[in-house]
Every structure is written in structure tokens, then in C-alpha cells.
Design a protein around this ligand. Structure first.
Ligand code: GDP
Length: 191
């Protein structure tokens, strides 16, 4: 499945979540995303092979006009905020509006409240975020890329919501799940 992945605010841990998912690693000095980066990972879930094609797009305003190029062909989107920054939760709502207005009609949306390891500095309550996610029928999880909390879970939950399709088809023209032997693919390219 092609997965669009973004947040308006930089520094919420978006790239760290993908890095944790793909490499099972955390790099506190991860380079900021310029434009967009692309990574893939294939995981086995029960008897299905789920291939994630992940576009990690830069949050900066100057790249915002490019976002439709990535989300138009995507079956799912993860939008990330930082639980210690109320502003990042408010700006997340703008992304949700944009996706609902201009994204594929059946796009699966997941909201990730990252840095849940910093709960002492929390500014966004879990309940408020969950209520908001429920109101827009989105998946909701609190994650920590640092401590590997709920990272695989959010990707698995997304793939469970995407229907099983023949290779080449897709919920948004690009999603697919195949039944065959498991293997892992990991690539990271920048463009
Ligand atoms: P992005 O700009 O949203 O892609 O954010 P990055 O992945 O570049 O991370 C921004 C900063 O937050 C970096 O210093 C990361 O080390 C830090 N960070 C990312 N995820 C977490 C997390 O789960 N917990 C904590 N404590 N720090 C995190």
C-alpha cells in the first residue's frame, strides 16, 4: 500500500517513526526531511504479506503545495503530532481537513500522538485526541519512536483496514496485499 505520511510541524518525530518501523532503530540526530523521502518495508501479518511504500513528506510550509502529489495515490495517511506541543495537534486538524477535501475518498487516516515517553511534559490529553480521532473515524495511537511504543501496531492496524486486493489494484490504485512467502525489503532514498 502506498502510505502518505506527514505533519505540518517539523520536529514531532515523523521521520523517527518511519525509521523505527523500517530499521527498528532510533537516531536522535536524524536529518530533517527535505522535500520527501521514500522508504519501503514488507512485513508478514498472519498469512498475508503487507508491503508498505512510505512517502515521508517535509512538514515545512514551503513544501506544502507538493503534498497532493503524494497523498493522491495513497491508500492511507498517518498524521503525526507531538503530545508535548498543543500547537502541533491544532495544525494536524488542518491536514485532516485537506485530506478529506482533496485526498482519495476512501483514504485510511491514522493519527499518531508521538513522544508518549515524555508524558511529564504532556500538553495534549489522550482523551481529547482519541475523541477527535473517533469523530473523524481515524485510527488513533500514542507512539514513541524513541522507546518503540505502538510503532508496528499503527502500521498493522492501517493495513487491516485496507481491503485485500490483487497485485496491481488498490484502494487508491496503489494498495496491495499478497499471499506468499514473507521477505523483508528496506530501502531509503531521497528525492
Ligand atoms: P520530524 O521533523 O517530524 O520528522 O521529526 P524527527 O523525526 O526529525 O524528530 C525530531 C526530534 O524529536 C529529534 O530530536 C528526535 O530525536 C526527537 N524524537 C523523535 N521521536 C521521539 C520520541 O518518540 N520521543 C522523544 N523523546 N523524542 C523523539
Amino acid at each position: 500500500m502506498t502510505l502518505f505520511y506527514s505533519s505540518v510541524d517539523t520536529g514531532v518525530g515523523k521521520s523517527s517513526i518511519v525509521w523505527r518501523f523500517v530499521e527498528d532503530n532510533f537516531d536522535p540526530n536524524i536529518n530533517p526531511t527535505i522535500g520527501a523521502s521514500f522508504m519501503t518495508k514488507t512485513v508478514q501479518y498472519q498469512n498475508e504479506l503487507h508491503k508498505f511504500l512510505i512517502w515521508d513528506t517535509a512538514g515545512q510550509e514551503r513544501f506544502r503545495a507538493l503534498a497532493p502529489m503524494y497523498y493522491r495515490g495513497s491508500a492511507a495517511a498517518i498524521i503525526v503530532y507531538d503530545i508535548t506541543k498543543e500547537d502541533s495537534f491544532q495544525t494536524l486538524k488542518n491536514w485532516v481537513k485537506e485530506l478529506r477535501q482533496h485526498g482519495p475518498p476512501n483514504i485510511v487516516v491514522a493519527i499518531a500522538g508521538n513522544k508518549c515517553d515524555l508524558s511529564d511534559a504532556r500538553e495534549v490529553s489522550e482523551k481529547d485526541a482519541k475523541d477527535y480521532a473517533d469523530s473523524i473515524h481515524a485510527i488513533f495511537v500514542e507512539t514513541s519512536a524513541k522507546n518503540a511504543i505502538n510503532i508496528n501496531e499503527v502500521f498493522i492496524e492501517i493495513s487491516q483496514r485496507i481491503p485485500v486486493l490483487d497485485a496491481g489494484g488498490g484502494a487508491a490504485g496503489n494498495g496491495f496485499k499478497l499471499r506468499r512467502r514473507p521477505s523483508e525489503t528496506r530501502t531509503r532514498t531521497c528525492c
